[in-house]
Design a binder for this molecule. Sequence first.
Ligand code: ZN
Length: 292
Amino acid sequence: MRDFSQDHRWLSINTATVRKSRGVDLPLPEIIEACARRGIRAISPWRDQVQAAGVSNIAKLVREHGLSLSGYCRGGMFPALDAAGLKAARDDNRRAVDEAAQLGARCLVLVVGSLPGALQGRPAHKDLALARNQVGDGIGDLLEYARTAGMPLAIEPLHPMYAADRACINTMEQALDVCDELDPYRSGSLGVALDVYHVWWDPKLQQQIARAGGKRLLAFHVCDWLTPTADLLNDRGMMGDGVIDIPRIRGWVEEQGFAGYSEVEIFSTANWWQRPHEEVLDTCIARHRSAV
Ligand code: ZN
């Protein structure tokens, strides 16, 4: 297992972590400058932040600073009510692949979606099996496109508390079943993004990490699970402040040959997004060394 205690060369910042500074939106170019100043070598930006600044502007900034992209957030949200909705999702996902390729990302992260309308508080039906079928079809279709673009797709299983609205793939096992079906020969073009926040509780976690193997472990996201958790989406903890044994999970992942970045991804309306982003980044660096 790699020693993270001496430096932060394997730290990546998911830019949602500092999307706000003192409660105010922080533009992506400023986030990039702040990361570069601290010797942070990788980021994982969100599409809305990239689009606000312009894809080619960000691609240029990333190049100028010699940054790597541990991922691009995100594609997915495949299920829809009708053919037009499915096609809109397909087209949007293809654009996400193109952007990820233009930015030179390691992978496009997929949050796959679930019941149409649920995210807006108006689920159109209760047929989770249908949603899962549409997700399988959507990933299968996108995979062809992504292969041509040379962009690996990373399915991110989300904690079951998001099963209705954000993702109907909730465990590593489910995600890997999809990988087995769509990419049985392990071409490297389809794998998983393992986020400790979503999967730390899973009794099959170690076993499924071994099943994934190095070839399918495309991204490793870290933060911590707070007790109590005040908000289902936006109360993620800084590494070391919660109950996830992050080094243990990182050990399992690295045992399989994963040697990529450890990406900090924290959504925190009431705490970290209220602080100055400089403090948040400095804390990420310190905790990367001591708690990851
Ligand atoms: Zn994540």
